[in-house]
Design a protein around this ligand. Structure first.
Ligand code: LLP
Length: 410
């Protein structure tokens, strides 16, 4: 979103017009930004045979999936439902990486039937997989590298106490199962968490991969997961994907030479692709001053954007109704009957009741983590593409709250 001649625009569409036309709250995504991010990552890793498997969980709307498919991404999915969404969006089964955690084994069986790339993250399932498929269906293995990484323990997945992956220290057990059932391992995978700024974390992962890869002669790919951090506020540290691309592709090249064969380098970005492209537009329901604080209430809350309350995440907020007004300090809070602070003590251009606010970086894990808490309806979603704002999900209606409820005689 950029400020031009006193108004905020997404491409050539005024953000205020979107709020008026589609109502609020509404999630708005900029297709150009999404495509730009995908291209940036591809460019940064251009020297490797890179495959970008978009982490569908970040934003699952079919139109977004189709856009990413159109520009050459694959998909990373974590549930069989996400897999079906990706298939519906047009991804072929072999482009879809299925990495469930603690899901029922029947989901893996379904993934095999569908022909997805299956990533196994625990030894009991590896045994089941071997017993059932032996060498008839290849799989990939998710390793836990014992690396603490990421912006927050809640989104760190590669440390020793994490539930994800098979510990690298259990490699002998992995090898035993693999050779007992003659399982064909086509990929190795690590995902250490989200919001990782250090290139070194990925280089450490590379060391681990490269030290174990020689035990797996059938590899087709090495999957470095994701965790690329974007800026949530001005001056924020971000992952330097060009530095990472340069260093990782070079060490990958040397590794492939040693391994004796060129392998594909897979990445699974979610946030990097869609976070900055998304805005949650909301309307100010009231401005309320207490002796200590001036609150701005909005017609959204933790039911639509959980990140501030769940991870203490910072989301920048703009008053798009009054872009040039005098700046004052406000605490922006949601309409949920819990403390759902979206931004504490923020400088905003003077806010009046019925102004529209834009909550930034809402593309990743915004709508996809939204709920109906307080029996509130989930927002509409709009994609700005070719300078046109297009509805890509209708706002929920009251009937959606009733759907599936069984009314019994009491
Ligand atoms: N691959 C796997 C196996 C994952 O579990 C995830 C995210 C990704 C890729 C994508 O990571 P990303 O590029 O988005 O960092 N809800 C949290 C983030 C949780 C991420 C879960 N897994 C948040 O809003 O910060």
């Amino acid at each position: 979103m950029e400020l031009r001649e006193g108004s905020y625009y997404i491409q050539n569409v005024k953000a205020l017009d979107i709020a008026e036309q589609f109502g609020t709250p509404v999630y708005v995504y900029d297709a150009d930004k999404i495509v730009h991010q995908l291209k940036t990552l591809k460019t940064a890793f251009a020297d490797a045979d890179v495959k970008i498997k978009y982490a569908v969980k970040a934003l699952t709307n079919l139109s977004i999936l189709r856009l990413l498919k159109k520009y050459g991404a694959g998909a990373d999915v974590v549930s069989i439902q996400e897999a079906h969404l990706a298939l519906k969006a047009g991804f072929s089964p072999s482009e879809i990486m299925f990495s469930p955690n603690c899901a029922d084994f029947s989901e893996i069986e379904e993934a095999v039937k569908l022909g997805l790339v299956v990533n196994i993250d625990n030894i009991p399932f590896l045994i089941k997989f071997g017993t059932q498929y032996r060498s008839s269906y290849p799989c990939s293995i998710r390793l836990n590298p014992h690396i603490m990484a990421g912006g927050n323990i809640k989104i760190s997945t590669g440390h020793s106490d994490s539930k994800f992956g098979i510990s690298v220290y259990q490699l002998p057990q992995i090898m035993e199962v693999v050779s007992q059932y003659n399982i064909q391992i086509q990929g190795l995978h690590i995902h250490t968490g989200s919001d990782i700024t250090e290139t070194d974390v990925f280089l450490k992962m590379a060391d681990i991969f490269f030290s174990v890869a020689r035990d797996f002669p059938d590899l087709k790919f090495i999957d470095f997961g994701s965790g690329f951090k974007v800026a949530y506020k001005e001056g924020d540290r971000v992952t330097n994907v060009f530095d990472l691309g340069l260093k990782l592709t070079e060490s990958f090249r040397l590794f492939c030479e040693q391994y004796g064969r060129k392998l594909e380098l897979w990445l699974e970005p979610g946030k990097f692709i869609v976070s900055e492209a998304g805005h949650l537009l909301a309307k100010t329901t009231l401005v309320k001053s207490t002796p200590s604080t001036t609150f701005v209430g909005v017609n959204t809350g933790l039911n639509h954007l959980l990140r501030p309350m769940m991870y203490d995440a910072y989301h920048h907020i703009l008053n798009i109704s009054n872009p040039t007004g005098e700046q004052k300090v406000y605490t922006v809070v949601g309409y949920i009957c819990e403390t759902d602070t979206i931004g504490a003590e923020r400088k905003l251009n003077e806010v009046h009741e019925s102004d529209f606010l834009a909550i930034k970086n809402a593309g990743a894990y915004g709508f996809s983590m939204a709920s109906n808490y307080n029996s509130r309806l989930r927002p509409a979603e709009v994609l700005v593409i070719n300078n046109e704002a297009r509805l890509i999900r209708e706002r929920e209606v009251f009937e959606d709250l009733l759907r599936g409820q069984v009314e019994i005689e009491l």
